[in-house]
Design a protein around this ligand. Structure first.
Ligand SMILES: C[S@@+](CC[C@H](N)C(=O)[O-])C[C@H]1O[C@@H](n2cnc3c(N)ncnc32)[C@H](O)[C@@H]1O
Length: 294
C-alpha cells in the first residue's frame, strides 16, 4: 500500500467512487461567502484524489487545502507531484489516531489555522484500528460549526479472501495477522448504527450516515489484479520465487469470495464478470456543534 506510484496507477476504482460521492454529497456542505475557509483531507495517500478530484470541487474562496497521511512515502510523493499547487495545497505526515494530536505537524497546522472549516476523508479511515481516537481527533481539528464528509470501506470480498488464504496451509505463515487488516465495521450486523455511535461519542451531530454498494469494472484482468494487489499488505512477505503462484491463488479465491459476497448483499447486481470489483462504503456527513464540548 505504501507504494505511492503504483497506487496512483491502480486506483481507478477508488477515483471513480470518490467522484460519484463528491457529485452526490459535496453540495450538501455549507460554504461561507465571507470567510476564506481551511479544508483537510484525512489519509490523502499520494494526493491525486486531493489535487485532482477534491480541490476542483472546492469554492475558490478556500484559502488552503491540507492533505495528511500516516505514511511518509505517500506524503513525500504527494508534495513532489503537486508542488505547483503549493502553498494553497500542502501535505503533512501525521497519524489521525495520534494520542497527542496537538504535538503533531497536523495539530500545529490546525492551531495555526485556528481549526479547519471542513474535513474530508476517502478510503482511509477503515485502516485505522483506534476509531474512537481518530474520530475524536477529527472533531477536535474542526472549528465549531465545521462539517466533515467521511467515507470508509465497510466490507469487501477482498477481506474474506484474506481469511480464506490464511486458512490455506501454503500461505498461512505470511497471513497470520489477517484479522488485524479487517475494516473495523466488517463484522458488525449494523455498520451504520455502530459507526453512528462512534461519531456521536466523538461529539458530532449526524446529518446523514449511509451504507452504499459500489462496483467498478476494470477494462483488463491485469488492471483488476494490480488494483487488488497494491492494497495487499501480505504480498511483500511472500518470497520472490512464490509471488506469481501466491497472486494466482489469491485471485482464484477472490473470484469465489466475490460471488458469495454479492449473492448476500445484492444478488441482482452480481455481474459474473471477472474484472468487476465490489465493495461497500460507509458515507457520513457530520457537523461539529457550535458549542465545542471537547
Ligand atoms: C487506500 S489509500 C486512500 C488514499 C486517498 N484518500 C484516495 O482516496 O485515493 C488509504 C490511505 O490511508 C492512509 N492511512 C492509513 N492509516 C492512517 C492513519 N492512521 N492516519 C492517516 N492516514 C492513514 C494510508 O497511509 C493510505 O495512504
Amino acid at each position: 500500500m505504501y507504494q505511492p506510484g503504483l497506487y496512483v496507477r491502480s486506483n481507478a476504482s477508488q477515483r471513480e467512487c470518490v467522484s460519484r460521492m463528491l457529485r452526490e454529497w459535496a453540495g450538501r456542505l455549507r460554504w461561507s461567502r465571507e470567510e476564506q475557509e481551511a479544508v483537510l483531507d484525512v489519509g490523502c495517500g499520494p494526493g491525486d484524489v486531493t489535487a485532482q478530484l477534491l480541490l476542483p470541487r472546492l469554492p475558490s474562496s478556500v484559502r488552503v487545502l491540507v492533505g495528511h497521511d500516516v505514511s511518509e512515502a505517500m506524503v513525500r510523493y504527494a508534495a513532489a507531484a503537486h508542488a505547483a499547487l503549493a502553498p494553497r495545497l500542502r501535505f503533512l505526515c501525521t497519524d489521525i489516531a495520534a494520542r497527542d494530536l496537538p504535538a503533531t505537524p497536523l495539530g500545529a497546522c490546525a492551531q495555526q489555522l485556528q481549526g479547519f472549516h471542513k474535513v474530508f476523508s476517502f478510503y482511509a479511515l477503515h485502516w485505522v484500528v483506534d476509531q474512537r481516537t481518530a474520530l475524536r481527533n477529527i472533531h477536535s481539528l474542526l472549528r465549531p460549526g465545521g462539517e466533515a464528509l467521511l467515507s470508509l470501506v465497510a466490507n469487501a470480498p477482498m477481506y474474506d479472501t484474506y481469511i480464506a488464504m490464511q486458512n490455506n496451509p501454503r500461505w498461512c505463515e505470511f497471513m497470520q495477522d489477517a484479522y488485524s487488516f479487517m475494516p473495523p465495521y466488517k463484522r458488525s450486523r449494523d455498520p451504520v448504527n455502530d459507526f453512528s455511535v462512534v461519531l456521536q461519542e466523538a461529539g458530532f451531530n449526524i446529518y446523514a450516515c449511509r451504507l452504499e454498494h459500489f462496483s467498478y469494472r476494470y477494462p483488463t484482468m491485469q488492471e483488476f489484479g494490480d488494483s487488488t494487489m497494491v492494497l495487499n499488505p501480505f504480498l511483500k512477505r511472500v518470497p520472490e520465487e512464490l509471488k506469481t503462484i501466491y497472486i494466482k491463488d489469491f485471485m482464484r479465491e477472490y473470484q469465489r469470495e466475490k460471488v458469495k459476497y454479492m449473492s448476500m448483499v445484492s444478488p441482482q447486481e452480481l455481474e459474473r464478470n471477472d474484472t468487476t470489483l465490489y465493495h461497500s462504503v460507509l458515507i457520513t456527513h457530520v457537523e461539529k456543534g457550535n458549542q465545542d464540548v471537547s
